[in-house]
Design a protein. Structure first.
Length: 410
């Protein structure tokens, strides 16, 4: 079906990618898919340089490309169609299903599993959820792929009826999709434009192991993980290199998720603490640390609140990987005034919020910066910067920052 989505391997120098879904207007999610990948990278690099004018040209490291096809490790498939004949893909503006099972950006294991997923759902006899009419049962299927091809399947349904029918067919699900090492059902009873509800019922397995070089992360059903595994591994490796070059004895990883940065930066003689609001993510991080034999402490807490509550214990280096809104003024001001913090690594999926936060941290200079093309064929990107406090005052490990009331009022 090469006219719809040519899934053959391609080099980053391919002049263009043809996607029949895009050409027909059925799906326009990959807004830049007709732009050569080298031009996409150049445009993203130019955007970052424009938004971050204080970064010296010499500080920019060559960008990490994200691939052309089969790079996405997570699919959020909306269920449409009708009972016994479901579609898996997206919903059109009128709520009808658009089947995207040949989408070229999905990982190979996800792509192979989608037809079997459709047959499993057809066999349940459950009706897809009709958004305009507010009736039906099947809402989404979330599929996450590990580097070895193992999968996590999450079926999002509206009621206990959907849960019961999928539970009754668990054996059929596992037979049809043997790569599924985790199978769950998520209940989303509300008529809301969200992708999942608050209640998750695990039917099989517990976590999806994600081997990433020296560390294997364990993803639980509601854990956050970057959508491009190869680029995520490059991002972790780059940050670990930056941290090793700075050589801190103490490090905080704020917004640590399942512990990716913290565990890649853990080293003998280095005290590492990861902070994340999600308790399930903290549990996953603790398991990954234990399996790898790495020492790191993980704490379930809000990042900004934790920083304020442990001001006198601030580390030499802080890693932040916030959501799109950025770390915000309160945490940026805290980093600016707490002179215990000598270095910051900021990984951002939104260069606009990164730029705003850096403006509130004038004492820090960017020593290195790198673009990571986590989301090819779209305008989205990941950019990481290494910040170092300039003209440091003599370090006094017994003094708590800020040094004066004037500093505190900045």
């Amino acid at each position: 079906m090469t006219d719809v989505a040519d899934r053959r391997s391609a080099s980053p120098r391919d002049p263009a990618v043809r996607c029949g879904y895009f050409v027909s207007g059925a799906c326009r999610s990959c807004t830049l898919i007709e732009t050569p990948i080298t031009d996409q990278l150049a445009g993203k690099q130019a955007r970052c340089r424009s938004l971050l004018p204080t970064v010296p040209e010499s500080a920019w490291v060559a960008p990490v490309p994200g691939g052309v096809r089969a790079f996405r490790n997570r699919a959020k498939l909306a269920v449409g169609g009708r009972a016994g004949a479901v579609t898996l893909g997206i919903l059109a503006r009128d709520g009808t299903g658009v089947d995207l099972r040949a989408c070229l950006i999905q990982g190979g294991a996800i792509h192979a599993a989608i037809p079997a997923l459709a047959e499993v759902l057809n066999a349940t006899g459950l009706a897809p959820y009709d958004v305009p009419a507010r009736r039906g049962e099947l809402k989404y299927v979330h599929v996450t792929e590990a580097p070895n091809g193992d999968l996590m399947l999450r079926f999002v349904v509206r009621t206990q009826e959907g849960l019961g029918r999928i539970r009754a067919r668990l054996g059929a699900v596992r037979a049809a999709i043997p790569a599924a090492v985790v199978v769950t059902v998520n209940l989303l009873p509300e008529h809301r434009a969200v992708l999942e509800g608050d209640e998750e019922i695990v039917l099989h397995g517990a976590s999806l192991p994600m081997p990433l070089g020296p560390v294997t992360l364990h993803l639980q059903p509601r854990s956050f993980f970057q959508t491009n595994t190869v680029v995520a591994q490059a991002l972790y490796a780059q940050v670990a290199d930056w941290v090793d070059a700075m050589g801190p004895q103490t490090l905080w990883d704020l917004y640590c998720g399942v512990g990716g940065f913290a565990l890649h930066c853990a080293a003998p003689g280095r005290a590492v603490t990861g902070v994340e609001l999600s308790t399930s993510a903290i549990e996953a991080a603790e398991r990954s640390a234990a399996d790898a034999g790495l020492h790191a402490d993980f704490i379930a807490s809000d990042a900004t609140a934790y920083a304020h509550d442990h001001e006198s214990e601030a580390p030499e280096l802080v890693i932040v990987n916030p959501p799109r809104r950025g770390i915000g003024g309160e945490l940026a001001d805290w980093l600016q005034r707490n002179r215990r913090v000598r270095s910051v690594v900021y990984s951002s999926c939104n260069p606009e919020s990164l730029a705003r936060d850096l403006e509130r941290m004038p004492d820090f200079a960017v020593r290195s910066a790198r673009l990571f093309d986590m989301f090819p064929h779209t305008g989205h990107l990941e950019v990481a910067v290494l910040l170092e406090r300039g003209a440091p005052a003599p370090h006094d490990p017994t003094s708590a920052a800020p040094e004066s009331a004037t500093d505190a009022g900045r």
